[in-house]
Design a binder for this molecule. Structure first.
Ligand SMILES: NC(=O)c1ccc[n+]([C@@H]2O[C@H](COP(=O)([O-])OP(=O)(O)OC[C@H]3O[C@@H](n4cnc5c(N)ncnc54)[C@H](OP(=O)(O)O)[C@@H]3O)[C@@H](O)[C@H]2O)c1
Length: 338
C-alpha cells in the first residue's frame, strides 16, 4: 500500500486560510484493528464552517488540535474490514479527515446505498448534510405556511439553493439573495426562483421593499452582516429567522449589528439557531424526499469538484470568495479507479 498523504493543521489562521497553515506528511497507515475498517477517501466536503474548526474556540466540534490531520467530512470506499457490518466495496460517509486513507470503527461510518444514475458525490452533499440542513431548517424552524414570504441568503449556494426550491415547493413566495448576475440567472432560469436580488450590484434594501411589500415571514439566514439586519428589520409579526450560519464572519472582520434585534421584540418574532446534528433522526425520510425530487428533475443542484488534496486551500478560498457554484468538494481519489 502507498504511503498515506495527510494534511495537518500546524497554525491557526487569523484571516483567510493559506498553504502556510498546513503541513503535508506521508506516513504508513496502520492495519485496521478488530471492529475497524480501512477506507479509501474519495471526496472531501468543503463546508464554510471548516474555517471555524481551525480556531482555538470550540464550535460544534472541539478545536482542531495543531499537528493533527485536519478534520474532514468525507465519502469513501471500504478497502478492508474487520467488522461484519461492512465489506470491501461498500461506500461510506464519515469524518475521514484531509487524507487519502482513514481507519475508523465501523460504527462511526454510515453505509450508503447510492441509486443508479445519481452522482456518488451527491451523497456527501445535497443528499446529505446540505439537504438535511435546508429541509429541516426551513420546515422545523421556519414553520412555513403556504403563501408566506421567504427570503434566503447565499441563495445560490448549496444549502441556500435547496432552501429556495423547497420553499417554492411548499407554496411560499421565495426571494433569493446571491452574489452576481450569473448566480442570480442560475437561480431564476434553472431553479425557477423568480425573485432574485444580486447583493453585489442591487440596492438590497430597495429591492426587498419592492419584492416584500408586506414584510418577511421567514428569513433563512446563511450570511450575517448588514443584509441580515435588513431582513430582521423587515420581519412581519411572528416572523421567523432560521439562523443557519454567518459565513461573512468566519474569516473574522465582520461583527453583527444588534440594533436590528429590537425588531424581534416589536414583532414578537423568533430567531433560532439551526444545527444539523440535531436532525439526524430525519435523515432517511428527508434524503428520500430529496432523492425523488432530484431524480424527477424538479430539484436542481450544482456540485463543483476540485482535483486532489493539493487543492484544499484553493477550495476553501473559493467558498469565501463566492467562486463556488453550489457544493464545493475536493476529489481525493477517482471513484472509477478503486
Ligand atoms: N448550522 C448547520 O448545521 C449548517 C449546516 C450546513 C451549512 N451551514 C451554513 O450554511 C451556510 C451555507 O453553507 P453552504 O455549505 O451551503 O455554502 P455555500 O452557500 O455553497 O457557499 C458559501 C457562499 O456564501 C457566500 N459568501 C461567502 N463569503 C461571504 C461574505 N463574506 N459575504 C457574503 N456572502 C458570502 C458566497 O455566495 P455569494 O457568491 O452568493 O456571495 C458563497 O458561495 C453557511 O453559513 C454554513 O455555515 C450550517
Amino acid at each position: 500500500m502507498s504511503l498515506n498523504t495527510q494534511w495537518r493543521l500546524i497554525a491557526r489562521p487569523e484571516g483567510e486560510v493559506g498553504r502556510e497553515h498546513f503541513e503535508v506528511t506521508h506516513l504508513a497507515l496502520p492495519e485496521p484493528g478488530p471492529g475497524e475498517v480501512r477506507v479509501r477517501n474519495l471526496y472531501l466536503l468543503i463546508p464554510p464552517s471548516m474555517r471555524l474548526w481551525m480556531n482555538a474556540k470550540e464550535t460544534y466540534f472541539p478545536p482542531q488540535p495543531l499537528g493533527e490531520v485536519m478534520t474532514g467530512i468525507t465519502l469513501g470506499v471500504v478497502e478492508s474490514s474487520r467488522d461484519p457490518s461492512l465489506v470491501p466495496g461498500d461506500y461510506v460517509n464519515g469524518l475521514g479527515g484531509c487524507q487519502e486513507w482513514s481507519i475508523a470503527p465501523a460504527g462511526h461510518l454510515q453505509k450508503l446505498a447510492p441509486r443508479p444514475g445519481v452522482p456518488l458525490a451527491a451523497y456527501r452533499s445535497v443528499l446529505d448534510v446540505q439537504g438535511l440542513t435546508a429541509y429541516c431548517g426551513l420546515t422545523e424552524i421556519g414553520k412555513p405556511k403556504a403563501g408566506e414570504t421567504l427570503v434566503v441568503t447565499a441563495a445560490a449556494g448549496s444549502v441556500g439553493s435547496l432552501a429556495c426550491q423547497i420553499g417554492k415547493k411548499l407554496g411560499l413566495k421565495v426571494v433569493g439573495i446571491a452574489g452576481g448576475p450569473e448566480k442570480c440567472a442560475w437561480l431564476r432560469d434553472e431553479c425557477g426562483i423568480e425573485h432574485v436580488i444580486d447583493y453585489k450590484h442591487d440596492d438590497v434594501a430597495a429591492r426587498l421593499d419592492v419584492l416584500c411589500p408586506d414584510g418577511i415571514d421567514i428569513a433563512y439566514e446563511n450570511v450575517g452582516g448588514p443584509v441580515m439586519d435588513m431582513l430582521i428589520e423587515r420581519l412581519r409579526f411572528k416572523g421567523r429567522v432560521v439562523l443557519c450560519g454567518l459565513v461573512s464572519s468566519y474569516n473574522g472582520g465582520v461583527t453583527q449589528n444588534t440594533a436590528s434585534l429590537m425588531t424581534l421584540v416589536n414583532k414578537a418574532a423568533r430567531m433560532e439557531g439551526f444545527l444539523v446534528s440535531e436532525y439526524l433522526h430525519r435523515y432517511e425520510d428527508v434524503v428520500g424526499i430529496l432523492q425523488d425530487w432530484a431524480a424527477e428533475g424538479s430539484l436542481k443542484y450544482q456540485i463543483e469538484v476540485l482535483d486532489g488534496l493539493d487543492s484544499i486551500v484553493e477550495a476553501i478560498g473559493r467558498v469565501f470568495h463566492g467562486k463556488n457554484r453550489g457544493v464545493q468538494l475536493v476529489k481525493i481519489c477517482d471513484e472509477r479507479s478503486v
